[in-house]
Design a protein around this ligand. Structure first.
Ligand code: XIL
Length: 361
């Protein structure tokens, strides 16, 4: 969505007849560009309608299972979201299960789905400590060989989706909470220089993709985000192609950091895009109605904390409905973290998020 903010809003307020040939092009490229055909009350008031109107992304992490087996899921996904992230399908273990042998089936399915529903794709992720195939984890490679392996994986994957992935979470979870570099295969063998190298290789493979460093617990101004800020500054000074910071934003209800907006702004002030990349807001189960109301407030605040900052590119949720969320399996006793419940009914959180995206709410 490279439209200047306001373009769509203007068009929405004063619809003009569109020549027939042009109308076809609009249908193909932008869901929001249909106000002359679609009453305000329908498409424009979906999450993606509001996001399109502001020229930003509203995304969801998508698993291959619901994508291929649950029509209620895809109906919501395609109505409400203009961006998707592969929840697992583009990770190392999925893509390169044995050395030099690639499995693109699930990743290709998602990209094809996105293309046919006018959704952008965020790629996730190329240098992370987790979800590595065992040949790689246990291979005991020399630094030189590991460097070659990482470069070839990045060249191949970013190259395959050139022009189809608008942003990549290149580097994922590279820091400890105290701001030191987290131990990982990459960090331990290659040193922090792997970050600049990975970004440069990806830039060569697809110069148009926005390249991100992504992490959690960096939403507040704290030791971890300070360390990331220092690294980002340094990479930019060195001319490394770093374009954005992804704030995962796996929150607990009622605990949004108060410094979030100011923290995102300091990264934006470096000239970087900022995006919320994995938003979910978990609740101790069973969720009370007070907690569901608080969660709605939190969704609104989180989205406003990004959209209120220059260079906020968008907000991605880590899932669509509570039915497939990673939360219950990861945070013992927690769940109900997404705006749709297990039966695809919109929760109060949907209204909160929608109001956060609607410039007139
Ligand atoms: C999670 C997926 O949701 C799970 O299905 C998988 O088992 C583990 O990974 N931060 C990230 C994501 O960057 O890749 C993680 O996704 C959630 C935390």
């Amino acid at each position: 969505m490279s439209h200047a903010p306001g373009t769509h809003r203007r068009r929405r307020r004063a619809p003009r007849p569109v020549p027939l040939a042009l109308a076809g092009a609009l249908v193909a490229t932008a869901a929001v560009a249909l106000p002359h055909l679609t009453p305000e009350a329908s498409a424009a008031t979906t999450l993606r309608g509001y996001a399109d109107g502001r020229g930003v992304r509203i995304g969801a992490a998508v698993g291959d299972t619901p994508l291929t087996s649950d029509a209620s899921y895809t109906a919501v996904l395609d109505r409400e979201f203009n961006s998707v992230t592969a929840e697992n399908a583009m990770k190392w273990d999925a893509v390169e299960p044995s050395r030099g042998s690639f499995n693109w089936a699930a990743a290709d399915r998602l990209v094809a789905h996105a293309t046919s529903h006018n959704q952008g794709v965020r790629g996730h992720t190329l240098a992370w400590y987790a979800q590595l195939p065992s040949w790689l984890k246990n291979g005991n490679f020399s630094a030189t060989e590991l460097n070659t392996i990482l470069k070839s994986h990045i060249d191949t994957e970013v190259g395959r989706y050139k022009g189809k992935v608008y942003a990549w979470d290149m580097i994922n979870e590279a820091f400890n909470e105290d701001g030191s570099m987290r131990s990982s295969l990459w960090q331990d063998k290659l040193g922090t220089g792997y970050i600049a190298n990975a970004l440069r290789w990806a830039y060569t493979a697809d110069p148009a993709a926005r390249l991100y460093i992504n992490d959690y617990n960096i939403e507040a101004d704290n030791a971890k985000s300070d360390a990331l800020y220092a690294l980002a500054q340094q990479l930019l000074v060195q001319g490394v192609p770093l374009h954005g910071i992804g704030f995962q934003s796996h929150f607990e209800v009622g605990k949004l950091p108060t410094s979030m907006k100011a923290n995102l702004k300091r990264f934006s002030d470096l000239g970087l895009e900022v995006s919320i990349t994995e938003l979910d807001i978990r609740i101790p189960l069973p969720a009370s109605s007070a907690e569901l109301t608080q969660q709605s407030t939190d969704y609104k605040s989180a989205s406003e904390n990004c959209l209120g900052v220059p260079r906020c590119a968008g907000i991605t949720l880590w899932g669509v409905s509570d039915k497939y969320s990673w939360v219950p399996g990861t945070f013992n006793g927690y769940g109900a973290a997404l705006p749709y419940n297990e039966s695809y009914a919109a929760k109060p959180a949907y209204t909160g998020l929608s109001n956060g995206l609607d410039p007139n709410a």
